[in-house]
Design a protein around this ligand. Structure first.
Ligand code: 13P
Length: 251
């Protein structure tokens, strides 16, 4: 496979500055000789602290969201300009917790995707179905819609800065992981959607991560699948004991 594995930690709403600094320092030390692409995405309030720690390392700095506008009267929001100022390189958008808890729809997510790409960020666009959507046979319909609408108006050039993360909602934080075969089927399907939109070459290059209860004991089996190119890890990314074995999984 010509695609490089991309192993990312989404710290969600966890850790204080002291804890975040310690974890980032430990990761810099332990992933220094790692062979894959790495990212950690702390809360906004931790970005400045973590940015100083990962500077000049092989770990990218990610944010978990951004506002759909560059600046202005948007109380409580954080803009791409502010994220750039902290040397953030990547923005996670469309996470299921944003979609389902904070009611972000495809149009809003698409606006954020385009703004982040315009400002030169890498975007990790998260997609994935709810349990009832899986049970009623709607996995492909949902993942196709979220991919197509999330990328509306994104040109082929900017697609180079897009990573897709397939995160079945029922697998997030539940300890239930999609089987490697079930995940692979969705990844292959999403790659076909990208081929239809951008052509075979773009589809063969795009990185598609899997997320949802990735742990040290299931990472290698998931990563062994043809169309799974990395992981977006939540809970297990908060401790080196669990994140390092995932990030350095043995194929
Ligand atoms: P868990 O690894 O805790 O299931 O979270 C996955 C996730 O949502 C990463 O973005």
């Amino acid at each position: 496979m010509s695609r490089n594995y991309y192993m990312a930690g989404n710290w969600k709403m966890h850790l204080t500055r002291t804890e975040a600094s310690q974890l980032a320092q430990d990761l810099v030390k332990q992933l220094g000789d790692g062979k894959h692409k790495y990212l950690i995405a702390p809360s906004f309030t931790l970005l400045e602290t973590v940015s100083a720690v990962v500077e000049n390392s092989n770990i990218r700095l990610g944010a978990q969201n951004c506002a759909p506008e560059e600046q202005g009267a948007h109380t409580g929001e954080v803009s791409v300009l502010q994220l750039k100022d902290l040397d953030v390189q990547t923005i996670i958008l469309g996470h299921s917790e944003r979609r389902h808890i904070y009611k972000e729809d495809d149009a809003l997510i698409n606006k954020k995707v385009k703004l982040a790409l315009k400002h030169g960020f890498e975007v990790i666009l998260c997609i994935g179905e709810l349990l009832e959507e899986r049970e009623t046979g709607k996995v492909e319909e949902v993942c196709e819609r979220q991919t197509v609408k999330g990328l509306e108006g994104v040109n082929a050039e900017d697609l180079h800065n897009v990573v897709i993360a397939y995160e079945p909602v029922w697998a997030i934080g539940t300890g239930k992981t999609a089987t490697p075969q079930d995940a692979e089927a969705v990844h292959a399907f999403v790659r076909k959607v990208i081929a239809r939109l951008y052509g075979e070459d773009a589809a063969s290059k795009i990185i598609i991560q899997y997320g949802g209860s990735v742990k040290p004991d299931n990472a290698a089996q998931l990563m062994a699948m043809e169309n799974i190119d990395g992981a977006l890890v939540g809970g297990a990314s908060l401790k080196t004991d669990t994140f390092i074995p995932i990030a350095k999984f043995k194929s």
